[in-house]
Write a protein that binds this ligand. Sequence first.
Ligand code: URA
Length: 217
Amino acid sequence: MVHILTNSNSVLNDFIAFLRDIDLQKNPVMFRDRMEMFGIIGGYEISKTLDYYIKDIQTPLGISKMNLVNTKIIIASILRAGLPMHQGLLKVFPYAENAFIGAYRKHHKSNLLEIALDYLSSPSLEGSTLILCDPMLATGKSIVLTLKEMIKKLGMPRHIHILSIIASKQGVDYVKSELPSAHYTLWCGAVDDELSSQYYIVPGLGDAGDLAYGPKI
Ligand code: URA
């Protein structure tokens, strides 16, 4: 199942427009803040699909029956660009457990793209609801490799939510072709048509990690 969050109009459009805008995105404080807002809104949308239980809440005037989230949630982020979204998701699910993954692109002269995973810190995933955030789903290869490695080492989640601000059509198709559809739901702010020869999403927003945390060598 793929949800494109800007298919219906909401204030989320303003946040994504900010992140894409070549002038506005130069402010890293605001860039991280808008990414965090995306994490909050994405988390809110995901929360509508979770399991709930009924709890009696004592108010000063009586008892209110409230439906509360009844799901073991693990928030996982691909370093480093996923971190502001991770913070946003933690505001929505403050008692979630946390996982961090180091995945980077190895560029070859032939333009072949290889993804290397070099860091994984995570609790067991068995039976959990995993929310994996990666702001830019470009080729889809990092997400797919990350999920396959995590499942192999840490067990099978009950369900996986992949949350991305911008995806490419190609990335969405790759995820669909590699992961069994019953296992995951993909939530994207927007889906763009193209990938550049360097595997950047077009029009996309540029390099999310550099914009949030500064350039790397
Ligand atoms: N990572 C980014 O930061 N931007 C892209 O367009 C693709 C991958």
